[in-house]
Design a protein around this ligand. Structure first.
Ligand SMILES: [Zn+2]
Length: 553
């Protein structure tokens, strides 16, 4: 039977103090329910004494409480020279009506004197008085000993005296905070072991990541006897952030055999991370351990070969155990094996030694030199494999475009007009459109040209567009690359890439490829990267792209 550790999530409080992160009231309620559904033991919801939004949040959860997690309100000890029962902050904590409250207290004599500007004895009294008041109110009390590890180093006896004051007043947890995030794991372990030996009250760890050690420090604390780990989803928080619970949890469960209620949900961890990422509106970080898009991505030919034989050769855990997936990246660095594996994962029946595989390899090398990147543009990769297959008949042929953009002296913005010509079968089709910008006009024009032949293209949405200077190894200056992500009802989004010496031509390549894929997906030719095949198309022409015999499935 493994050790039991409880997880204390502070995404909604410490996490929301991270740069660029702001949650609306509705977001906060939604996140609290997700964290509860994930069986984190404590969900710290906010600081009711500090802002009305947090007070509204606690009010909302009074009428519809969490299922299992202990909702926790956060605040500070009473002010110096005041009385707990008259302290507005403590009374806001009581009014929040949560089963648990966390209050922070200064545990470093330097902070008491410089920030609180009170005596060391009064600070102890503030801890005793505040904890006692909240206990009288029937709350579970977590004392967050702020700057505990700095205090422990500077004035060991005083830091311990702060914990003793809380313990005597009935605190349920002594949470030791590495508030400045600069302590190393050895010092954390030593201090936690000292506290665990001295007190019968259970100990928690609250680590910040300033030395990139918050997760390591949390694990060191658990090994030294801590039984509660505080942290945030994706490690959001002040400055560099807090201990990332998405790393703490799998490390504890998979590596240390620790028992956590949230451990039951380990296979949903990547989903949780991505959901919170989306709600925080931050750019996804592919390098997050366990849950990032790159966590199980293999690129080098040797690695790909070995992983195909046995994933344990280059993976520390099974990606499925944390709800993530293995990825084989496609690039000129990859060997033929990775390209064949990738193509097969997309549903192509490709032989390792086939001339098609050779041609795909050759084209990837050539195109990457021109600035195309296929690693995260699987749509373009799938098209490339099709185009290297002799039996492939493209559903249309992009022929020409014309774009005009102008801004007049009296106008604030610009106006763009575009026309596009494509060939479908033997027929030349043309579309014209005005747009908010040249790319927008071009996109509308080419789609307008194609819609008579492929009416469903009307329902394709461009969900993301980015342009950047292509990474090219040689040459005096790079091409411009454009990446487009598109989606359609009932389909996973797909991404295509274009690269050319000018932005609009790069956009034309990525756009026409994106629409070609939309037609193929609809016809069921390229299933694995999106749209499920339809039964009986709504246009005669849509079935003109019969799957080539050599990749029928
Ligand atoms: Zn903190």
């Amino acid at each position: 039977m493994g050790l039991n550790v409880v997880l204390y999530d502070t995404t909604l409080r410490d996490g929301s103090q991270g740069t660029g992160i702001a949650f609306s009231l509705a977001d906060k309620i939604d996140i609290a329910r997700r964290l509860d559904g994930f069986d984190f033991d404590y969900v710290e919801g906010g600081w009711p004494g500090s802002n009305p939004k947090d007070e509204d949040f606690f009010d909302a959860l009074k009428t519809a409480p969490l299922r299992r997690a202990r909702l926790t309100a956060f605040g500070s000890t009473r002010h110096a020279g005041a009385r707990a029962e008259l302290d507005a902050n403590l009374n806001a904590l009581v009014a929040a009506g949560t089963p648990a409250v966390a209050i922070f207290a200064k545990a470093w004599d330097f902070q008491v004197q410089v920030v609180l500007r009170t005596t060391l004895e009064e600070n102890l009294e503030m801890v005793r008085d505040s904890v006692g008041y909240l206990k009288k109110g029937g709350r579970e009390v977590i004392l967050d000993a702020e700057h505990f590890f700095d205090g422990y180093r500077a004035n060991h006896e005083y830091a311990i005296a702060v914990l003793a004051a809380a313990a005597e007043a009935g605190a349920d947890w002594l949470a030791l905070c590495d508030t400045n995030g600069g302590t190393l794991p050895g010092a954390i372990a030593e201090a936690v072991a000292g506290v665990v030996a001295r007190f019968s009250v259970p100990v928690g760890i609250h680590a910040h990541n300033d030395g990139e050690l918050a997760v390591a420090n949390s694990l060191a604390a658990v090994a030294a006897g801590a039984r509660q780990v505080q942290g945030t989803v994706n490690g959001y928080g002040e400055r560099i952030g807090n201990a990332n619970l998405c790393s703490v949890l799998p490390n504890l469960v998979l590596k240390e055999g620790v028992v956590c209620a949230a451990g039951e949900h380990l296979a949903e961890l990547t989903g949780l991370s991505r959901a919170i990422e989306a709600m925080a509106r931050v750019v996804p970080n592919p390098r997050l351990a366990y849950v990032g898009a790159a966590a199980f991505a293999h690129k080098g030919g040797v690695h790909v070969h070995a992983v195909a034989a046995d994933p344990r050769t280059y993976e520390h855990v099974d990606p499925a155990s944390v709800g993530n997936e293995r990825k084989v990246l496609v690039s000129e660095l990859s060997g033929r094996r990775s390209i064949v594996e990738r193509a097969r994962s997309l549903g192509f029946d490709l032989d390792y030694d086939s001339p098609v595989a050779t041609e795909v390899m050759r084209r990837i090398k050539e195109l990457e030199r021109e600035g195309f990147q296929f690693e995260d543009a699987l749509g373009s990769f799938a098209l490339l494999v099709h185009r290297c297959t002799p039996s492939y008949r493209p559903p249309f042929e992009p022929l020409a475009y014309q774009i005009e953009t102008h801004k007049s002296a009296t106008d604030e913005g610009s106006h763009s007009l575009a026309s596009a010509t494509v060939a479908v079968g033997g027929e030349v089709l043309r579309g014209e459109a005005a747009g908010g910008g040249p790319v927008d006009a071009l996109e509308k024009a080419v789609r307008r040209a194609l819609i008579p032949a492929y009416p469903h293209l009307d329902r394709v949405d461009l969900v993301d567009f980015s342009a950047y200077i292509a990474r090219v190894r040689e040459g005096p200056r790079g091409n411009v690359a454009v990446r487009i992500t598109a989606s359609a009802p009932g389909s996973q989004p797909w991404t295509t890439v274009g690269s050319a010496s000018d932005l609009l031509h790069a956009a034309w390549i990525a756009l026409t490829d994106s629409l070609e894929l939309a037609v193929l997906k609809r016809a069921g030719v390229t299933e694995a990267i999106g749209m499920p095949p339809t039964t009986g198309g709504d246009s005669r022409r849509e079935s003109c792209t019969d799957p080539p015999a050599d990749h029928g499935r």
